[in-house]
Write a new protein. Structure first.
Length: 276
């Protein structure tokens, strides 16, 4: 049974050097606000297994790419499954939490996603392009990403990689959800400055686009970020569905929207704990 004041183990890497972002500021802010409702302790992802049994739930936040601590993450998932530990986000995610296979699955199913293949013999299924993006299936934070010209792309499809046409998009936009509830959207008007974000007023069509991926993923308790780009024809295409530890860019919000997000997160965590 949870204690009267539930105890949360908040997993984060405050020292992770993210490009264009300060993970530590975001997690310091969030934990300060969550302490109003929860007993809370922070730990590095490599320490989670040793500490998690003393808490009512584990909240995985800005813990950096799993690639940096793959063995520790695998041990954490195994321990959580063995002990029935409540983990937020739920570990049932089908998107980035499980690697990049979902981009192939969504492409094959005809969803509006940047077309993606993983075999040289399937390159003809992609739209013709002057350049292609080649990235590891287990990549994160643009680690290992390469831009290659069309005449070299076939030679680059080696090992566990994904290939996509390089899209000449107008801008990138992200939609942020708590559980299945939309919270806010941000966009980068300059494609060359991904993390210089501004508030974005999402249309009904935008939210319909984002909702289909939230529904597809099926996480009942957690924070998700749907990243998309605006293609030359005006269509939104999925770039990434971040369902493990999405950075929230809370510093790009005004106080009202930031407070509303904290309230939604607090309510979600209470529901999660009450669900048992």
């Amino acid at each position: 049974m949870p204690h009267a004041r539930p105890r949360l183990l908040y997993v984060t890497d405050l020292a992770y050097p993210a490009r264009g972002r300060r993970y530590c500021d975001e997690d310091i802010f969030l934990t300060a606000r969550l302490r109003e409702d929860f007993g809370l302790a922070l730990c590095h992802p490599r320490d989670a297994v040793a500490l998690m049994d003393a808490f009512d739930a584990v909240v995985v936040r800005n813990s950096g790419p799993v690639l940096d601590h793959q063995e520790a993450y695998a041990a954490f998932r195994a321990r959580a499954a063995e002990r029935g530990t409540r983990v937020y986000n739920q570990l049932s995610g089908r998107a980035d939490m499980a690697g990049k296979q979902y981009l192939l699955d969504l492409t094959a199913a005809g969803h509006p996603v940047i077309p993606t293949v993983d075999r040289a013999e399937d390159l003809d299924r992609l739209p013709a392009a002057d350049q292609y993006v080649v990235k590891p299936k287990l990549g994160a934070d643009s680690i290992g990403l390469r831009i290659v010209p069309a005449d070299r792309v076939r030679d680059e499809v080696r090992g566990e990689v994904l290939v996509q046409p390089r899209v000449d998009f107008a801008y990138e936009v992200s939609f942020y959800y708590v559980d299945h509830d939309f919270q806010y959207a941000l966009y980068a008007p300059d494609p060359g400055r991904r993390w210089e974000l501004r508030p974005y007023e999402a249309t009904a069509a935008d939210l319909e686009f984002a909702r289909r991926f939230i529904d597809w993923n099926g996480i009942d308790h957690g924070i998700q970020r749907v990243d998309a780009c605006r293609a030359p024809d005006g269509e939104l295409l999925l770039v990434e569905l971040e369902d493990l530890n999405p950075y929230l860019s809370l510093d790009a919000l005004d106080d009202t929207r930031r407070d509303a997000f904290v309230a939604a997160l607090r309510a979600s965590l209470h529901r999660f704990l009450a669900a048992g």
